[in-house]
Design a protein around this ligand. Structure first.
Ligand code: PMP
Length: 381
């Protein structure tokens, strides 16, 4: 078998053996006791991860885009006015979803590399009335992290329902649903939560659930959260066959998160993000994202002059690390490196060593150990 490479794309993130072991267990009945136990535990743990005591979790086969669609479909209908805050590709996708369902919506966009500020949000809400506001917490195309807590303060006054796309943040960056008044966190299994792709994950506040109940119908069948609600309360009931192994693996992933400690996990993401950027900076790279919006979960990295995107990524791959290219307008100009989920400090060091080796292989002048020293200065352990 080929040597396993360290997968540092902006999701899926590397999956640790404890989770892989659960995936490899024999498939059990989707309505049997083992599955019911793990499903319920995953739901309870998920509420802790997003700090939502009385919210309603949903764990459904799919991916992040289905979560986006379900969040919108189940809270917005005719007569609603949706404001989509966007700092990149996935914010634009949210607007496309609104368009696909004929919803009245506007897009408020920042330049790529930054995010809409809470002041800009406030100004827009003064100019026009919206009852639903959607934002992308971290846009994977730009590495920019939106000021979600500040948005929530503005939205509390405005009384709008607040939906957060946490696909590249949930479990790695705080999303305090109750304290901040977030109504929907939508996310997916494969990034900071550390499970392989395959799950659409949402948590709705009581207000968001009330909104869904007040909408007579939604233009969907599988994506209608009210059809899934009985299963989330009692997973021994049937609506559509869940991906049994993936749900059980996700339950294990939530255990790992709570064992680490959710606050400690946020701090670890901060530390690794800082360390990786220090290491890359010491090796001559710079960053696409504006310094005041840097996400701790991924970096969007500009090359030193004269380093070719394809040659660099191929070299890094040969040295055991997989990163992604730029998306849309940044293609060919940057690489994107995820540093989220269940990474270790040894892996952080390994990646910086691999980058140094790759640069040397491309004939670039490098000071041996400069990247590693910068990482050590941040991490110490
Ligand atoms: N939102 C964000 C912020 C994302 O990063 C992604 C995936 N990269 C998605 C939504 C869509 O998720 P998926 O690819 O799982 O459909």
């Amino acid at each position: 078998m080929a040597q396993e490479k360290l997968l540092l794309i902006p999701g899926p993130s590397p999956v640790v053996p404890r989770i892989l072991d659960v995936l490899a267990k024999p498939t059990v009945s989707h309505v049997g006791p083992d599955m019911v136990h793990d499903f319920k535990e995953a739901c309870e743990n998920l509420k802790k991860i997003v700090f939502c005591e009385n919210g309603q979790p949903f764990i459904i086969s799919g991916a992040g885009t289905l979560s986006m669609e379900m969040a919108i479909l189940n809270t917005a209908g005719p007569g609603d006015r949706v404001l989509v805050l966007s700092q990149g590709y996935f914010g634009q996708r949210m607007a496309q979803i609104c368009l696909a369902f004929g919803l009245e919506h506007d897009l408020l966009e920042s330049n790529w590399g930054k995010a809409v500020t809470s002041r800009e949000l406030e100004q827009r809400l003064r100019a026009k009335n919206y009852n639903i506001v959607v934002c992308t917490h971290v846009d994977t195309s730009t590495g920019a992290c939106a000021p979600v807590e500040e948005y929530s303060q503005v939205l509390e006054k405005a009384g709008a329902l607040f939906i957060v796309d946490g696909v590249c943040a949930t479990g790695g960056i705080p999303e305090r649903m109750d304290a901040w008044g977030i109504d929907v966190v939508l996310t997916a299994a494969q990034k900071c939560l550390g499970t392989p792709p395959g799950l659409s994950i949402l948590v709705l506040s009581e207000q968001a659930m009330e909104k869904r109940r007040n909408m007579a119908t939604v233009p969907a069948y599988y994506s209608d959260l009210l059809r899934w609600l009985p299963i989330m309360h009692d997973p021994s009931k049937y609506f559509s066959t869940p991906c049994v192994n993936e749900v059980r693996a996700f339950a294990e992933a939530t255990r790992i998160i709570l064992e680490e400690g959710i606050e400690e996990r946020f701090e670890r993401h901060e530390a690794y993000g800082e360390a990786i950027r220090a290491g890359l900076g010491a090796l001559g790279f710079s960053f696409f994202t504006d310094p005041s919006f840097l996400a701790s979960t991924l970096s969007v990295v500009r090359y030193p002059d004269g380093v070719d995107d394809k040659a660099f990524r191929a070299g890094l791959n040969a040295n055991g690390v997989v990163v992604a290219g730029g998306l849309a307008q940044t293609a060919g100009k940057v690489f994107r490196m995820g540093h989220m989920g269940n990474l270790t400090s040894a892996q952080v060091r390994l990646v910086i060593d691999a980058v140094e080796k790759t640069l040397a292989g491309l004939g670039r002048p490098v000071t041996p150990g400069a990247g590693r020293k910068a990482v050590d200065d941040v991490l110490r352990v």
